[in-house]
Ligand binder design. Sequence first.
Ligand code: ADP
Ligand code: MG
Length: 266
Amino acid sequence: MAAAGTLHAPLISVRSVTFSYGTGTALEAVSLNVAPGDRIAIIGPNGAGKSTLLKAIMGLITPDRGAITVVGDRRRLGYVAQHEEVDWNFPISVLDAVLMGMWREVGWFRRAGRAQNAKALAALDRVGLAELGQRQVGELSGGQRRRVFIARALAQQADVLLLDEPFSGVDIAAEADLLAVLRRLNDEGITLLLSTHDLELAREQFDKVLALRRKVIAFGQPREVFTREHLTQLYGKRIIAYENGAPAEIFVDEHGCEDHEGHQHL
Ligand code: ADP
Ligand code: MG
């Protein structure tokens, strides 16, 4: 590799990744570079491949074709799964949930020492949950639970967060809190890559937007991505534009996937 290339090396590089679960193709020739400090929203209808892409970057699934590289290694990546994929009834305190993520440091079957406890508490403090360490995770609100998982990733020294629909199923106030936490972390240098079906949130709160529907429809600054053409490609006929000259007024049936029952959020 040329030295000039490494100077601007992306933190995460997804190159022409194709993946199929066996049925249809979930991702087709998807390419994407994530730079340090990026704040990226992935949008697309249900079934578009958003979760699959995040899992592929995490290394939870292996692409059929293409490659994904992460500068350093994947230990710098923290992952917050879509909440339907997490068993929230698991009886565990907030502090233990964070400590459990630190098993590499603590060791399996070993009790966390004072230093690790302090680290876990510091991580909880960064997400505004320092007071709730002794609570059961199951007693927390949806927004607080997402923050526990973010704290867990931070305690593992993650500096890149991959969040799968972190705002789904949380109320407006909790969404604002979560967003504030994510913005603060991003200001501190944490790279953010998250999926959402909230187009307005993606447009207003993120530096870059990836429009995904099995393939990359568009990737760039919100104003480049939120064009009528791209949104029509993304959502097909279901898009209803209350257009007043600008695509800013676009309204979308957010469960606009043709072949998927779609979870009802909120
Ligand atoms: P999104 O997160 O954008 O809703 P997904 O990545 O979950 O999309 O899904 C992409 C496609 O892969 C969909 O067609 C979905 O039905 C399919 N899919 C997702 N997970 C599985 C799985 N575990 N087994 C089989 N098919 C799956
Ligand atoms: Mg998903």
